[in-house]
Each structure stands twice: as structure tokens, then as C-alpha cells.
Design a protein around this ligand. Structure first.
Ligand SMILES: C[S@@+](CC[C@H](N)C(=O)[O-])C[C@H]1O[C@@H](n2cnc3c(N)ncnc32)[C@H](O)[C@@H]1O
Length: 353
């Protein structure tokens, strides 16, 4: 039985240059249909998995999103075709939490899911409470009104790595080190889109400073902007603004591997068995969104934005405290030392096409 490292070695041996852009290696490591960390099927997230997400904290995150979506639906005049659309739905947990909190309101739920193994797991959990499309392209023909949501989606997109050598930016490629292991080697940039992005990078950083370029995220927000719907787009993820990526303390970039709640920068080790992930470049994401006609409604630390989203719910409690489990979830999602500061939320407004 072959493994992801074996598959990569074979691929490198049939590539004339003997090396591949890191983005292609990350794509294989995460999405190879049999041996990729995500491609093989939804893994456990939470205590028994490799990392926590706001979804694995408990149902409160979904409840707050459901309440926000309901307000969006009302603001749009309660259109009949209003649909909640989720991408990166994993095992369907967030969809279930949102649907349970909708309190019987007749809103549709659509999952954008390219992987049949994930659709199967989502169907097991959700049955006919949701519908599916394979890609964002399907959204170009409708619905006309929607609230799009995703949690920790673009952090799982494959990225290119680039390094400043003191005089110019170079791309990082992967090759074998002559034994069983892999190593990085720098070289000229592998594609025109990457070269365009590199033109906007600063030149006043220390030699060796490494950054990720998430071209998939840029194409993704463009595809979302082309969807037919009018409404809003909610994106929650860990991420930084431009100047934070350029700080000396980030000189190694943000690419990390996660395994059993441990994290390090050895991203070419145990390929296929660990999650590989990067911080979102929110400044670049917002620029690209605006370039394609979307408008920034809110962008803030998760703690502050979820805090504001929670206000109507907290007011509805009329001074009665939520139960202890819900309080713990609220604390995990919003406390600056937990998920409140490292995670950020972006809400974009979208006019119809
Ligand atoms: C870090 S996990 C987050 C899972 C879940 N949203 C949560 O917060 O617990 C990233 C998820 O994004 C999914 N994903 C990556 N690219 C995708 C794409 N193009 N379309 C749909 N899902 C995708 C992966 O399969 C994985 O389930």
C-alpha cells in the first residue's frame, strides 16, 4: 500500500526539474483522494482530533450565526428563496447547529461540497434538511438571496511559499533530500499569477523572511462575488493584517502542521497525516473582495464581533444567565486568550448580479 510520501517521491521522480512548487505538495498532502489529510474523508475535530474549531466548541457558534442569518433574511424582506450556504462544512456539525437554532423558520440550507465522502457523512447527519452543490459555479444561477458562511475554510487552501533573499523574492519548491525525506529549495517563480502577487511584497524585510501566497483564496472570493445572490458573506478564520505578516516575529511565515493538538513548522514531515494550515491574509482578502464588487460590512476580532452578534440573544434572556455549558462556549469563542483574538471575522455585503 502506497503512502503520501511515496506518491510524492514518484511524482518528483517523473518531474523533469525534480522539484514541485510547495502549493502542489500541500494540495496532495491535504486533498489526495485516498491519502490526503482531508481528501480521505472527514476526520474528527475537537478533543479527539488534531485541533479545535469554533464549531467543535459547541452549538453556540451555530446559534449566533443562525440568529444573524435570520436578521439578514428579515432585512431583505423575508424572500422565499433565502438560503444559508455553507462551504467547508466538514461532517455537517455547524449545519446541524444552525438548523437546530433556526427554530422552524423556513430557510433553506445548501452545502458547497466537492468531495463525495464528505457529502455522504453530511447526509448521514442531516438527511434531507440540506441540499448540495459541488462548486461555487453552481451559485451563478441562484439562489437570488443568501447568507454565505464558512469557518476555517481558506486556512485549508494550498498556498505558495516565497522567501526574500535580501535582493529579490524567490519561490520555495520541494525536492527529495536524497534519502526518504524532503527539503525546500528556492527558485524562480512558477506561475504568472504568483509573479503578479510578488510585485506587491515589501523589500525592506530581513533576508530569509518567508510568506505564504494564497492564490486559491483570491480565486475563491472572485468566484463567490460572481454568485447570483444578494445578501452577506461571513468568513471566520485565524488570520493577520499585512503589517503583521511582515513583522520580524513572523519571519518564518505562518504555515504550520497540526497533529494531536501539537503544532510545529516541520511541514514536510509526515505528509498526509497532519493538517497543514496558514493564517489568512485578511488585508489581501478584503482588497480582492472589494475589487470584485463586494463591500466590507464588518471586520473585527472574533471576540468582539461575536460579542456584538450575541447582543440580541443576551438581551432576550432579560438578565437570566445562560446555562453553564453555554457560558463556557461563549468564553472559549470570545476570550482574547482563547479564540477571541487569534480568530477574526469578516462580513461582506453582496449586491445581486
Ligand atoms: C479546518 S477544516 C474546518 C471544518 C469546519 N468548518 C469547522 O470549522 O470545524 C477545513 C475544511 O474545509 C474543507 N475544504 C477545503 N477546501 C474546500 C472546498 N474547496 N470546498 C469545500 N470544502 C473545502 C476541508 O475538507 C475541511 O473539511
Amino acid at each position: 500500500m502506497s503512502s503520501l510520501p511515496q506518491i510524492l517521491r514518484e511524482k518528483l521522480s517523473t518531474t523533469p526539474s525534480g522539484r514541485l512548487p510547495f502549493a502542489q505538495v500541500m494540495e496532495l498532502a491535504l486533498y489526495h483522494p485516498e491519502h490526503g489529510y482531508y481528501g480521505a474523508g472527514p476526520r474528527k475535530i475537537g478533543r479527539q482530533g488534531d485541533f479545535f474549531t469554533s464549531v467543535s466548541v459547541g452549538p453556540l457558534f451555530g446559534k449566533l450565526l443562525a440568529l444573524y442569518a435570520l436578521r439578514e433574511w428579515q432585512a431583505l424582506g423575508e424572500p422565499e428563496d433565502f438560503t444559508l450556504i455553507e462551504q467547508g462544512a466538514h461532517d455537517g456539525q455547524l449545519a446541524e447547529d444552525v438548523l437546530n437554532a433556526l427554530d422552524g423558520k423556513p430557510l433553506r440550507y445548501l452545502i458547497v461540497e466537492p468531495n463525495p465522502k464528505y457529502r455522504e457523512a453530511q447526509f448521514k447527519r442531516l438527511g434531507d434538511r440540506v441540499q448540495w452543490v459541488e462548486s461555487l459555479t453552481a451559485l451563478q444561477s441562484g439562489p437570488q438571496h443568501a447568507f454565505f458562511l464558512c469557518n476555517e475554510l481558506p486556512d485549508a487552501f494550498p498556498v505558495h511559499l516565497v522567501r526574500w533573499n535580501g535582493q529579490s523574492w524567490e519561490e520555495l519548491f520541494v525536492e527529495t533530500d536524497g534519502t526518504e525525506a524532503f527539503r525546500f529549495i528556492s527558485g524562480d517563480c512558477s506561475c504568472a499569477e504568483l509573479a503578479d502577487e510578488m510585485k506587491h511584497l515589501p523589500h525592506d524585510l530581513a533576508p530569509g523572511h518567508t510568506l505564504e501566497i494564497n492564490l486559491t483564496m483570491l480565486a475563491w472570493i472572485h468566484a463567490l462575488a460572481k454568485a447570483a445572490f444578494r445578501g452577506a458573506i461571513f468568513i471566520a478564520d485565524y488570520g493577520l493584517d499585512a503589517e503583521e505578516f511582515h513583522a520580524d516575529s513572523r519571519a518564518d511565515g505562518t504555515i504550520r502542521r497540526y497533529w494531536q493538538h501539537q503544532t510545529d513548522g516541520q511541514v514536510l514531515v509526515n505528509l498526509g497525516e497532519c493538517d497543514l494550515t496558514t493564517h489568512i491574509h485578511f488585508t489581501r482578502l478584503i482588497d480582492e473582495a472589494v475589487r470584485h464588487g463586494l463591500t466590507q460590512r464588518e471586520y473585527d476580532l472574533q471576540g468582539r464581533l461575536l460579542g456584538r452578534m450575541a447582543m440580541p440573544w443576551l438581551q432576550s434572556l432579560e438578565g437570566r444567565p445562560p446555562d453553564a455549558a453555554t457560558m463556557r462556549q461563549f468564553n472559549s469563542l470570545t476570550h482574547p486568550a482563547l479564540m477571541g483574538r487569534s480568530f477574526r471575522c469578516l462580513i461582506l455585503e453582496k449586491s445581486g448580479r
